[in-house]
Write a protein that binds this ligand. Sequence first.
Ligand SMILES: NC(=O)c1ccc[n+]([C@@H]2O[C@H](COP(=O)([O-])OP(=O)(O)OC[C@H]3O[C@@H](n4cnc5c(N)ncnc54)[C@H](O)[C@@H]3O)[C@@H](O)[C@H]2O)c1
Length: 379
Amino acid sequence: MDSNTLIGIIGSGSMGAGIAQVAAEAGHRVLVYDNNPAALGRADESMRGLFAKLVKKEKRTKEQADATLSRISYVKDMLSLRESGLIIEAIVEDLKIKQRVFEELSNLVSSGTVLATNTSSLSVTAIAASAKTPEQVVGLHFFNPAALMKLVEIVPAAQTNPEIVETLVQLMLAWGKEPVVAQDTPGFIVNRVARPYYSEGFRIYDEGLAQPHEIDAAMEALGFRMGPFTLTDFIGHDVNFAVTESMFHSYWGEPRYRPSFSQKRLVDAGYHGRKANRGFYEYDEQKKAIRPASTLSQEENKKIQDRVLAVLINEAADALHFGVASAEDVDKAMLKGVNYPKGLLAWADEIGKDVIIERLDALYARYHEGRYRVSVGLR
Ligand SMILES: NC(=O)c1ccc[n+]([C@@H]2O[C@H](COP(=O)([O-])OP(=O)(O)OC[C@H]3O[C@@H](n4cnc5c(N)ncnc54)[C@H](O)[C@@H]3O)[C@@H](O)[C@H]2O)c1
């Protein structure tokens, strides 16, 4: 594949539009299809608005913007995508609906077309199984906003032709992305390894050991851009809670992914976070969190930091142990996908694995809960 490859996009929502922009800026002709004509119109309009802004801010020249826009076409039927070399699906996150689309798609295209899904949480293997030729199907997971976030998780299904993986690695590099290869397991790399960042923050709060603003301040002092409470308020508790619940069920009740009742209460109350003007924090008219400064001592901060970091590193080590990705890709994913200050496995080496194991063993000795068991990969 090269920039002459025609790219098809299915779904013109936030992810589909972002991916279309990236492909068109990399020089491809792009066809965008959505089964809702109004959504197609909105995507076209907002893409034009976006490039007008980029030109105004001098981030693109007028010529670049016009050339990119001229490479994107919006089509009203899926059949128009049949000549594409790569089709990326970014429709609603629903297995049955995605399966129907892949079945239909695989009957339209030739065997040389790569059919990719941008799913965040569904089994790529189950999606591939619905296609006439499952070996053409692969996961290609972009992060939001797709135009800005560098990380792309490439997820081969059980049936995927292995050659497709290398082809996509090269293509993503050509698009200026940072590709990693992940095994088809729930959450892939990022959505799995990041879970404890939220869950351990919530757990410390649920136990009454510290308040959201104190836990946030401690984690931010360690180099994380946003503490877990500020971050989930920003993501939206409806979205974040749904992912946590889905992970918990997908791993058949794994205690490390157990959701928190404080977050569930926010969801039940409709306090979805910043977008609702209320989550763990309340928000003023400028959408700024009303968040008091932390008065915890250095020592108290360190207790919080050590505990959250230990469970995060444990999760990264477990993902590595079970072959979800290489050590290099586990670290790259967290650096480029969620802007962690350091790769977790490199961080473990820096602190010393024995120190992390000691911290986890102390938590396990205190709580006797499976969530604190040391991954054999770390031990
Ligand atoms: N939003 C994120 O943060 C994010 C990040 C990574 C991956 N994803 C995944 O990307 C996919 C899309 O997410 P989004 O946030 O862009 O959703 P969205 O709701 O913004 O857009 C989905 C679009 O798909 C269209 N659509 C629905 N069913 C269709 C069908 N059968 N055929 C054609 N078009 C159809 C809808 O009309 C809509 O325009 C989901 O699988 C999601 O899990 C989302």
